[in-house]
Design a protein around this ligand. Structure first.
Ligand code: AMP
Length: 170
């Protein structure tokens, strides 16, 4: 049987020279593999102990919403600029290949007190760190972080003081 890792394609020098882009979209083209992964991620203690899931724009939504359905827990989203209506909490940060801002709807954030952060990939940890800082500054508890892929050599884990689980490491 093919391992989960074999469904991740690598694109050299995308979106910038020097970056090895890991494309997780091959996983959702294989429903059996996708399901296996979602069941595994859903069984994590991090998900069990969190009141809600917060998933990150945009590939994080794919995995976060599937987990949310599987475990019947609410999901809120952290989105890139210009994508969310209403009153927002926002923060700027740097990621492996640039700068970004993430926003969360205040109204959604107020509803739940503890969160599991879900994204497709952990590189430098800047993105997940940004979300955790927004949560902390709004007096929310971060239970932990779940990603599909972790790029070990970038040591994103060192930025984060929470349990982090990844299903595939490079
Ligand atoms: P970072 O903030 O550096 O941990 O970057 C993580 C975010 O950027 C995730 O939301 C990924 O979707 C994206 N990302 C960063 N580096 C890569 C990479 N090498 N391959 C695919 N996605 C990446």
């Amino acid at each position: 049987m093919k391992s989960l890792k074999e469904f991740i394609d690598t694109y050299k020098d995308y979106p910038k020279e020097g970056i090895e882009f890991k494309d997780v979209l091959g996983i959702i083209q294989e429903p059996r593999i996708f399901k296996e992964l979602i069941l595994k991620m859903s069984s994590s203690q991090i998900i069990k102990n969190a009141e809600a899931i917060i998933s990150i724009d945009a590939r994080g939504f794919i995995f976060g919403s599937a987990i949310s359905l599987q475990v019947s827990k609410p999901m809120i989203v952290a989105r890139k600029p210009g994508k969310l209506p209403g009153e927002l909490v926002e923060k700027n940060y740097s990621l492996e290949y640039g700068e970004n801002t993430l926003s969360i709807q205040k109204k959604a954030l107020q509803k739940y007190s503890s969160y599991a952060i879900v994204d497709d990939l952990l590189a430098t940890g800047g993105t997940v760190n940004c979300v955790s800082k927004i949560l902390e500054s709004n007096n929310k508890e971060v239970i932990g972080v779940l990603v599909v892929v972790e790029l070990m050599k970038l040591e994103g884990k060192l930025k984060l003081n929470y349990p982090i689980e990844s299903s595939i490491t490079f």
